[in-house]
Design a protein around this ligand. Structure first.
Ligand code: GDP
Length: 199
């Protein structure tokens, strides 16, 4: 399940412009600054693949990366940045729903959740949204190494997030704990993606 080759294919502003859907793809989604670019770079051993964005952008782009010439890793627009208003949120919902229902080759969504923060409503809303769209997804906790001062431990945050989901659902989605800094969880996540591709 190791990544030997990764290449940026294209940025699409519309789902209709995405590359042909003949090979499986996995989409990464999460709040701006959750560590999505860093995780993509870490999983692919390619420091320059996804831009580690300093500026939470408003641009809605779907970025396709081709992995080992056989599957796509897809970077979806982030959500929940402070400046986003209601209309922005609605636009994001419309945009992502269009993507979810159009891409027949979408195997699973990876919902990224920052483990250095207590459970965030926007992340829970996103999990609800994925369930509503009937998209298979798993939770990828990021920044597991990044303990914030005077805050609950990352383990406590992860536990609280799982508890919050358990209150709502009978079964929890698969969860992974990762760090792009230390590589924690990387092989588990890649192994999981490989197992899903073989189904
Ligand atoms: P994105 O906006 O979701 O693409 O997030 P980025 O990948 O740009 O990361 C946002 C910030 O979090 C950057 O300053 C990263 O260096 C930092 N970051 C990302 N992943 C990790 C991690 O695993 N551990 C730590 N300590 N910091 C991280």
């Amino acid at each position: 399940s190791n990544v030997k080759k990764s290449a940026f294919i294209k940025s699409s502003t519309r789902v209709a412009d995405c590359p042909p859907d003949r090979i499986p793809e996995f989409a990464f989604i999460g709040r701006s600054n959750v560590g999505k670019s860093s995780l993509i770079n870490s999983l692919t051993n390619n420091d320059r693949l996804a831009k580690v964005s300093k500026e939470p952008g408003m641009t809605k782009l779907i970025n396709h990366y081709l992995i080992n010439d056989s599957w796509y890793l897809v970077d979806l627009p982030g959500y929940g940045f402070a400046k986003a208003g209601k209309s922005n949120r609605e636009e994001w919902l419309r945009f992502t729903k269009d993507y979810f229902i159009t891409r027949d080759n979408l195997v699973s969504v990876m919902l990224l959740v920052d483990s250095s923060l207590p459970p965030q409503t926007v992340d829970r809303d996103c999990a609800d949204w994925l369930a509503e769209c009937e998209v298979p997804f798993c939770i990828v906790f990021t920044k597991i190494d990044n303990r914030k001062k005077d805050m609950p431990t990352n383990a406590a945050n992860v536990k609280a997030f799982k508890q919050m989901m358990a209150e709502e659902w009978e079964a929890l989605p698969r969860c992974f704990e990762t760090s792009s800094k230390t590589g924690t969880g990387k092989s588990e996540l890649l192994g999981y993606l490989a197992s899903l591709r073989e189904l």
